[in-house]
Ligand binder design. Sequence first.
Ligand SMILES: [Zn+2]
Length: 332
Amino acid sequence: MKKLLAAFMIALLAGCTTPGPRIDKSLSATGQASRVRFLVLHYTVSDKPASIKILTQQQVSAHYLVTDDPQPTVYGLVDETRAAYHAGISSWKGYTQLNNSSIGIEIVNAGWKDTPQGRVFAPFPQSQVDVLVPLIKDIVARHKIAPENVVGHSDIAPLRKQDPGPLFPWYQLAQAGLVVWPDANRVAAVRQVFDIQVPDAAWFQKKLAAHGFALAQSGVLDQQTRTVIGAFQMKYRPANIAGEPDAETAAMLEVLTTPANAPLPPVPPAPVPPIVPTTPVPVPVQAAPPAPTVPPVQPVQPVQPVQPVQPVQPVQPVQPVQPVQPVVPTQQ
Ligand SMILES: [Zn+2]
């Protein structure tokens, strides 16, 4: 009887753990793809022990962590089918919240520090790159991630992030076919056009957005535009990342955002020079101040009232000349 009761209890308990609906997985759809569309690269700004602690014990995380050991280890911290928290508020090519659609790789690297000589970034040892390249190759092949979607944190959040920084070997990744890179011959040809006249801020904003960045199309060279230009330069022209719009940066942007057989762009129009007051011109008190872009209009001189013509005095009739009286000879 006890045995029977025990069996009953076991059956009852088994019934409590719901097995869930039974799924028949013998069929498979043709139309399907990975949910992963982007690969995002980061540096940790911490050494290996701190990086491991942060990425395993705090909310921030990444799918992979590449250490800086002489023989670097690749830790898989989050399964690729799940989201890791590495991107934050982010945008690329119109897609936002990239944690949901990306794989994140953190690389142990000290980041940067400011010195009297300027900001100095920590290099990536070649041993790290040699581990990173096959890892990226494997991930992009399995998820069919396009080279234009292999990006840095500074691409998808340029106003907040600088990683992986200008010393990250993007060109080595390009040579491995993992990221897009502008053709050097086309850049040289287009640069000759932009050497004549560098495009204006509106042009840069339009091209940076076409490349993938999220930025306001303000039409003026504001701080956000300089920062995004700097993010672009960190990836493609790391020798000068000051964020200044120059002919080489413009040529790279043009080549990256136009088809390979596109004709050379026209020479951009020269910017209208702002009218600044030069030598002070004496301005009549009554005259309105000159508008900033319109040359000052000379005040019209008031027309002098025409003096009424004095009526012509009627000509006095000429008195008939009195006939000269014949001179009477006087008596001597
Ligand atoms: Zn990052």
